[in-house]
Design a protein around this ligand. Structure first.
Ligand SMILES: Nc1ncnc2c1ncn2[C@@H]1O[C@H](COP(=O)(O)OP(=O)(O)O)[C@@H](O)[C@H]1O
Ligand SMILES: [Mg+2]
Length: 290
C-alpha cells in the first residue's frame, strides 16, 4: 500500500510557479530519495507534504488527506533542513516537543511522553546529552537530536530535508545508516531530499528528480542515476556502477579544459566489485538545456 500519494501537486508563491503537477507514490516501508538541483522545489515539496504551504492537488498520508496540522503531524514527522531551536533548550526538552501532536488539550507532557522521549534518546545513543543545552552540541549530535524529536512522534512517515547537508562524510553515512536501520526496525516510510547523488545511489529504494518544479524522473536508483541523466540534470560528467543489489556508485569527474571530457579509457572496473555489476559511462551524455 502507498504510504504517501501525491496527485497534481502545484505550488505558486508570489505568482511564481514553484511546483507543477507533481504525482508521487511512496510504498509503505520504502525510502524515496528526492533529488534535484538547487531551487528545483525539493524543500517546497517537503513543506507541501507536511501541510505548511498552500498547494493545489492532493496529498494523502496513510490514505488520509486531512491537512490539519495536528492530524498531519501524527502521520508524518518532518526533519527540516534548518530546524528552529529555542535558545537554552535541553536536548531532552527539545525531543519532548515531538510529542505535542499527541497532547491534544493537555498543556504539558505526560509521564508516558517523557518515557518515550527518553527511550528514543537511548535508541539513538544520545542519553548523555539529555540535559545539555542543544546549542552546545556538535552538528552531527544536534542532527541526531532533531531526528529523535521527529521519531518520538511515532509517525509512520518520516520526511527529511537534506538531513546530511551540514555534516562531514562520516557523519553523513552515520545519519543515513541510522535511518536505514530505523526503516528496517520500524517499517518507517522515508522521504528524504538529498543533494548528494552518491549517497542517494546507496540508500534510496527509489529516486525522484525535480527540475524547475517538475518531476522529471522517477524510478530505481539504477534507472534514475545514469551518466546521461546526471549530465542532463546536473551538467556534470559521471560514471556509474550498479551493484548486484541495485545500489549505484556514482563517480563525478572533472571535465577537460576544452570541454570535450577527459580520456575515458574503459577499464575492467574498480577492484573488488561484486560480480554481476554493470558499469555505465558517459555515452548518451546530453549537455543541459541552455
Ligand atoms: N517563500 C518563498 N518566496 C518566494 N520564492 C520562494 C519561496 N520559497 C521557495 N521559493 C522559490 O521556489 C523555488 C524552489 O525553492 P526550494 O523548494 O527551496 O528549492 P530546493 O529546496 O530544491 O533548493 C526557488 O526558486 C525559490 O526561490
Ligand atoms: Mg531545499
Amino acid at each position: 500500500m502507498s504510504a504517501v500519494v501525491v496527485r497534481g501537486l502545484g505550488v505558486t508563491i508570489d505568482g511564481a510557479v514553484v511546483l507543477r503537477d507533481v504525482d508521487l507514490d511512496v510504498a509503505g516501508g520504502t525510502w524515496l530519495g528526492v533529488l534535484g538541483p538547487n531551487g528545483a522545489g525539493k524543500t517546497t515539496l517537503v513543506r507541501a507534504l507536511s501541510g505548511t504551504v498552500r498547494h493545489a492537488g492532493t496529498v494523502a498520508i496513510g490514505g488520509d488527506v486531512d491537512r490539519r496540522p495536528a492530524a498531519r503531524a501524527r502521520r508524518l514527522a518532518v526533519v527540516p533542513q534548518t530546524p528552529v531551536i529555542p535558545p537554552g533548550i535541553t536536548a531532552f526538552e527539545y525531543v519532548l516537543l515531538g510529542r505535542t501532536p499527541h497532547q491534544g488539550l493537555r498543556l504539558s507532557a505526560s509521564l508516558d511522553d517523557r518515557r518515550r522521549s527518553l527511550g528514543v534518546l537511548q535508541r539513538l545513543e544520545l542519553e548523555r546529552f539529555a540535559s545539555r543545552d542543544l546549542g552546545t552540541l556538535s552538528g552531527g549530535e544536534r542532527q541526531r537530536v532533531v531526528l529523535a524529536r521527529a521519531l518520538v512522534s511515532d509517525a509512520p512517515v518520516l520526511v527529511l530535508d537534506e538531513p546530511t547537508a551540514a555534516l562531514d562524510l562520516g557523519h553523513q553515512f552515520g545519519i543515513l545508516e541510522l535511518l536505514a536501520e530505523l526503516q528496517r526496525e520500524r517499517g518507517l516510510t522515508i522521504v528524504a531530499t538529498l543533494h548528494d547523488l552518491a549517497m542517494a545511489g546507496q540508500f534510496g529504494d527509489r529516486l525522484a528528480v525535480l527540475s524547475e518544479g517538475r518531476l522529471v524522473a522517477e524510478g530505481t536508483p539504477a534507472e534514475v542515476l545514469t551518466p546521461a541523466t546526471i549530465g542532463r540534470w546536473w551538467g556534470v560528467d559521471a560514471t556509474t556502477t550498479v551493484d548486484a543489489d541495485g545500489r549505484v556508485d556514482v563517480t563525478v569527474r572533472r571535465r577537460a579544459a576544452d570541454g570535450a571530457g577527459r580520456a575515458t579509457t574503459p577499464t575492467s572496473g574498480p577492484e573488488g566489485r561484486r560480480s554481476g555489476s554493470v558499469v555505465a559511462r558517459g555515452e548518451g551524455f546530453e549537455p543541459p538545456a541552455a
